[in-house]
Each structure stands twice: as structure tokens, then as C-alpha cells.
Write a protein that binds this ligand. Structure first.
Ligand SMILES: CCc1nc(N)nc(N)c1OCCCOc1ncccc1N1CCC(C(F)(F)F)CC1
Length: 165
């Protein structure tokens, strides 16, 4: 089984790097949900158990693809999900490319070394949060899109893609 050559991390953050608060996302930008959906559709996703628990029931599992949940609890099970004890084991389980790693904070940090692509939504908000985006090490090159305004309340957001040359 070949190791996947496209391992993407995908997250949404405030400009200050907040990605979550008390187990949920403290904003509502439907354009980002659509972006997340279109980027990850049909591809396997890897997430931590807390992110799995944070998914609204109708999205659990994310439809149409393998959902792999990283948990140290080897007896953890859920309909529509497979479990793996670490990000590396989850990526090995998948074997195909691309695979999208969709959170949360702890999982992003442990996946950074094997990531080949970062797909970040920057939301121009100043909100408190208990979970932060991972530090992006030197060597990654960012390509930022134009700022857009959300149709719901005008919140500004942009896509920033990071690659490794
Ligand atoms: C969207 C939020 C999001 N944005 C980016 N850019 N990267 C992510 N890693 C991410 O967090 C995905 C897990 C949390 O997701 C949700 N948390 C609360 C409410 C809704 C959701 N979504 C809505 C879309 C749905 C679909 F299946 F349509 F994709 C999946 C569940």
C-alpha cells in the first residue's frame, strides 16, 4: 500500500488563529462550509474524536467517503467511522491520495510533519477561543486569495493555500 502523496490539512481560523471554542466553531460562514465540502468531497477524511463529536448529527459520518477517527480508545466505535490510534496509523489505513485531515488542533499539530498541503480559511473576526490553529513551520509557501464577504453578515474571509516547494 503506497503512502498517500497528497496529505492535506484543512481548517478555518480567525486572523489571530482561533479555530474553536468549547467544542464548536464560534462563527457561521456558509461559504466556508461549502469550500470545506467541495475540497473534501469523495476523499477520505481523518479527524480526532472531539471533532467527530462536534459534527452535527446529519453530517456524522461525512457522507460518501471513509471517515477515520483518531482515538487512543481502541474500543471506540461509531456508525460510519473507522478508528485508528494515531494520525500516522490513520494515513496508513487510507493508503490512497488525497486524504484530508480535518481537525482538531491536536490532530493538526501531530499531522504537520507529514502534510503536503494546507488549506486554510481566514475569517476576519476577533473572537475568543480555547483552540488554536497549528504553527506553520518555515518552508511552507502561502498563496492567499482575495478577501470576500459572507452573504450572511458580511464577515470577510479568504482562502490561503500553503505548499512546500
Ligand atoms: C465547515 C467547518 C470547517 N471548515 C474548514 N475550512 N475546515 C474544517 N476542518 C472545518 O471543520 C470541519 C469539521 C466541523 O464541521 C462542522 N462543524 C460545525 C457545523 C457544521 C460543520 N460541517 C458543515 C459542512 C459539512 C459537510 F459535510 F458539508 F462538509 C461537514 C460538517
Amino acid at each position: 500500500m503506497s503512502a498517500p502523496h497528497f496529505v492535506g490539512l484543512i481548517w478555518a481560523q480567525t486572523t489571530a488563529g482561533v479555530i474553536g471554542d468549547a467544542g464548536s466553531i464560534p462563527w457561521h460562514v456558509p461559504e466556508d462550509m461549502a469550500h470545506f465540502k467541495s475540497k473534501t468531497a469523495e476523499h477520505p477524511v481523518i479527524m480526532g474524536r472531539k471533532t467527530w463529536d462536534s459534527l452535527p448529527a446529519k453530517f456524522r459520518p461525512l457522507p460518501g467517503r471513509r471517515n477515520i477517527v483518531v482515538t487512543r480508545n481502541s474500543s471506540w466505535t461509531a456508525d460510519g467511522a473507522e478508528n485508528a490510534p494515531s494520525v500516522a496509523d490513520a494515513v496508513a489505513l487510507v493508503g490512497e491520495s488525497p486524504v484530508w485531515i480535518m481537525g482538531g488542533g491536536e490532530i493538526y499539530r501531530s499531522a504537520m510533519d507529514i502534510a503536503t498541503h494546507l488549506e486554510v480559511t481566514e475569517v476576519d473576526l476577533d473572537v475568543e477561543g480555547d483552540t488554536k490553529a497549528p504553527e506553520i513551520p518555515d518552508g511552507w509557501v502561502a498563496t492567499a486569495g482575495e478577501w470576500q464577504s459572507s452573504r450572511v453578515d458580511g464577515t470577510r474571509f479568504r482562502w490561503v493555500e500553503y505548499g512546500k516547494p
